[in-house]
Design a protein around this ligand. Structure first.
Ligand SMILES: [Zn+2]
Length: 214
C-alpha cells in the first residue's frame, strides 16, 4: 500500500486527538506530507476514527488530486493543500475544534499569551483568521493569509489550525495552543491578565529554535 506507515501514523494522531478532547466526534482533520514523494495523506470526511483503517486515509498531491484511496477526503483538503504549497517548511497540519481555542476565536479579543510554552511556540500573539464558511476556498485563503510564517492560527467562530515540520510537531502545537487558551481563559476570569511582553516572547522563541536546531 502506498505510504502505509504514514497512513497508520495519521490514524494514531487522530485517535490521540480525540482521546485528549481536541476533536469532538469527527470535527477536525489532520494531514501529513511525505517528504520523499511530496504526497499528502489526509483524513477522510466524516468517518468514525475508531473504525479507520490505513486504506481509509486518502493520498492526494499538493493540488488536491487523489493519488490513492477510495474514500471522500476531508472537506478542508483545499486548505491543507494550500498550506503545503505555500510553506515548504511544513509537513504536518492539524485542524481541530478544541474548546478553549475556539472560544477565543469566537470573541473580538486576541488570545493573550500568558504561558511560556505558547510564547516559545508562536513567539507572540496568535492571529485570528476572519470567519468564512467551512470547506470553502475563501476559508483556505483567509487561513493561509493569516497564518503567514507562524505555526498556529485561530479560525473565527470555527476552530484552530496548527502546522509543524512534521505531524508530531503540528500535533504538539495544537496541544500547546489549547492549553495556552485554557490558562488564558481562567486568568481572564480571575482578574486582570498579565500578558507576556513581546520581547520575552521573541527571546523564548529564539531560544527554542536555537536549542532544538530547527
Ligand atoms: Zn473545522
Amino acid at each position: 500500500m502506498l505510504l502505509e506507515k504514514q497512513r497508520v501514523e495519521l490514524i494514531r494522531f487522530l485517535l490521540k486527538a480525540q482521546e485528549m478532547g481536541l476533536i469532538p466526534l469527527t470535527f477536525g482533520n489532520f494531514s501529513l506530507r511525505d517528504k520523499e514523494t511530496g504526497y499528502v495523506c489526509i483524513s477522510p470526511s466524516g468517518m468514525d476514527y475508531q473504525e479507520l483503517k490505513p486504506e481509509d486515509i486518502v493520498v492526494v498531491d499538493v493540488n488536491g488530486k487523489v493519488i490513492d484511496g477510495t474514500r471522500k477526503y476531508s472537506i478542508e483538503t483545499p486548505m491543507h493543500c494550500m498550506i503545503y504549497r505555500k510553506r515548504a517548511d511544513v509537513n504536518g497540519v492539524c485542524h481541530t475544534h478544541s474548546v478553549f481555542a475556539t472560544a477565543w476565536a469566537s470573541t473580538e479579543l486576541k488570545l493573550p499569551v500568558v504561558v511560556a510554552e505558547l510564547a516559545a511556540l508562536v513567539g507572540g500573539k496568535i492571529d485570528t483568521a476572519p470567519y468564512q464558511p467551512m470547506g470553502t476556498m475563501e476559508l483556505a485563503e483567509t487561513v493561509v493569509a493569516t497564518l503567514k510564517e507562524q505555526d498556529a492560527v485561530l479560525m473565527a467562530n470555527h476552530g484552530l489550525l496548527t502546522v509543524g515540520v512534521d505531524l508530531a510537531t503540528a500535533f504538539k502545537n495544537a496541544v500547546i495552543v489549547e492549553e495556552g487558551a485554557k490558562v488564558a481563559y481562567y486568568a481572564h476570569n480571575i482578574g486582570k491578565v498579565k500578558v507576556m511582553p513581546d520581547e520575552e516572547c521573541h527571546r523564548l522563541r529564539q531560544w527554542i529554535i536555537n536549542k532544538y536546531g530547527q
